[in-house]
Design a protein around this ligand. Structure first.
Ligand SMILES: Nc1ncnc2c1ncn2[C@@H]1O[C@H](COP(=O)(O)OP(=O)(O)OP(=O)(O)O)[C@@H](O)[C@H]1O
Length: 256
């Protein structure tokens, strides 16, 4: 099995047909290795969310393959893909999307119920512990801060022990301090303090400060890969983004 938790191979996404057809992503070849935190960055409309949704199996590519935890998603039926997505991926959005009438614990248990399992309390508590909210299990969302609600959303995404956690602008609605707290939670998932099983996180962000929390930043421009940075600093990320915004900035379209 490759060291990639998820890999996109010659992936493209097109919308429309005939004369109105547009390719919004690809072809893209990129892997996200196990136990890593990767940020995906690029100008608005460059295809970041499309890449994330295809990688997570929320959207189907027009061509190419998505290999998730060793399984080619594109070879699966819709039902099989949904089943695998529910167990092998977790997804966190900018909006926390918690159900207001349910407690934190009940919200976190939802993916297990959707997968047809009776949620074991210990697993739900473990997920809440991972995000530092074990003591708020009985709280409803309106009694929690924005940062706490987003951490519940992360716990909900983690409860099935996914191979990859995808996050689309997870700090977008948070202030600087709470955003940083969330990023520390995400880093801890990957770098496994206390000997927990390391995870893999892929997140989309617009913010160089957020991207600098990642081990690696992958850049997109006009739907194509436009290079990457390892051990990024906010300054280096911001410089790359500025360069990408310039007319004629080069896109690589190369393997990452
Ligand atoms: N359902 C759709 N039909 C047609 N075009 C679409 C559809 N969804 C997305 N697009 C187009 O695909 C391109 C990539 O969109 P995407 O949301 O992936 O970009 P993004 O980099 O995440 O942008 P942003 O940073 O603004 O969120 C955009 O030009 C968008 O208009």
């Amino acid at each position: 099995m490759s060291d990639d938790a998820v890999r996109l191979e010659a992936l493209t996404k097109r919308y429309g047909s005939g004369r109105t057809e547009v390719t919004v992503l690809g072809p893209v070849d990129v892997g996200f290795s196990r136990s890593s935190l990767t940020a995906v960055m690029g100008p608005s409309g460059s295809g970041k969310s499309t890449l994330l949704q295809c990688a997570a199996g929320l959207d189907g590519p027009s061509s190419g393959r998505v290999v998730l935890d060793g399984t080619d998603l594109t070879s699966l039926s819709e039902t099989e893909r949904t089943r695998l997505r529910r167990t092998a991926t977790g997804f966190v959005f900018q909006a926390y999307n918690l159900l207001p009438s349910l407690t934190a614990e009940q919200n976190v248990a939802l993916p297990l119920r959707l997968a047809g399992r009776r949620p074991p309390r210990a697993e739900v508590r473990r997920a809440l512990e991972q995000v530092g909210l074990a003591d708020r299990a009985g709280s409803r969302p309106h009694h929690l801060s924005g940062g706490q609600q987003q951490r519940v959303a992360v716990a909900r995404a983690l409860v099935t022990r996914p191979a990859v956690l995808f996050a689309d602008e997870p700090t977008g609605a948070l202030d600087l301090t709470t955003g940083r707290e969330l990023l520390h939670v995400l880093r801890d998932l990957v770098h496994s303090p206390g000997g927990r099983k390391p995870g893999t996180v892929v997140m989309v962000t617009h913010d160089p400060q957020v991207a600098a929390f990642a081990d690696r930043v992958v850049f997109l421009a006009d739907g194509l890969l436009a290079g990457e940075l390892r051990s990024p600093t906010p300054q280096a990320v911001a410089e790359r983004m500025t360069a990408l915004g310039r007319p004629g900035a080069e896109t690589a379209g190369a393997r990452c």
